[in-house]
Write a protein that binds this ligand. Structure first.
Ligand SMILES: CC(C)(COP(=O)(O)OP(=O)(O)OC[C@H]1O[C@@H](n2cnc3c(N)ncnc32)[C@H](O)[C@@H]1OP(=O)(O)O)[C@@H](O)C(=O)NCCC(=O)NCCS
Length: 165
């Protein structure tokens, strides 16, 4: 998507990100959790902006050579336009540059659109965590990229050089 800027999340973004998260998910993270993402030395948190407005965000934790994506959301009215793909591609490029090798995430079993997006970006399903989501007892599909460096060497669609989910 043209006109999209992706950069690190700042403390001054947290309120807007938490409000967006509220619109994206039935069970939202809340301001305190996003605040801790911004200050944590092991977190990589990104935002996507269009016309200087935050339209997407991604939060992850990097430990040694492994990353876990905690959350990813895009403004509901703007979903399906490539913003999530660009955020994720920017994160994967960034993580690879930081020496990260494996990337994992959990996604609701019913969230097929997100699973398709993650597959397109190189993630594979590896297991199911039964009743992972406590709000409705839904299973999580665990997806991962086993070797980010091999993947990073390949051209990706929707990728943005530089710079969550
Ligand atoms: C999941 C989510 C982050 C994806 O973000 P997004 O911006 O909608 O993702 P994209 O637009 O990059 O890709 C989604 C779909 O749009 C399609 N798409 C991408 N660019 C497109 C374009 N220019 N025109 C039309 N369709 C496009 C993709 O191919 C994909 O289609 P598919 O589902 O058939 O594979 C977003 O839908 C969201 O916030 N959902 C609610 C919260 C959520 O479920 N988060 C993930 C938790 S694991």
């Amino acid at each position: 998507m043209s006109g999209l800027e992706i950069r690190e999340m700042r403390e001054s973004d947290v309120e807007a990100v938490a409000a967006l998260d509220d619109r994206c998910f039935e069970v939202s993270w809340g301001i305190a959790l996003f605040q801790s993402e911004v200050i944590s030395p092991v977190s990589v948190a990104l935002v996507a902006l269009r016309d200087r407005r935050i339209v997407g965000y991604l939060c992850s934790t990097l430990v040694m050579d492994e990353a876990h994506i905690g959350t990813l959301g895009v403004e509901p009215k703007l979903q399906g336009l490539g913003i999530g793909g660009e955020l994720m591609a920017a994160f994967l490029n960034n993580a690879a540059m930081l020496g990260c090798r494996r990337v994992t995430l959990e996604v609701r079993a019913s969230n097929l659109s997100a699973q398709r997006l993650y597959r397109r970006l190189g993630f594979l399903p590896i297991s199911i965590r039964r009743r992972y989501y406590t709000d409705n007892d839904e299973d999580a599909v665990v997806m991962w990229i086993e070797d980010l460096r091999a993947r990073a060497a390949q051209p990706t669609s929707n990728s943005t050089p530089g710079a969550n989910v």
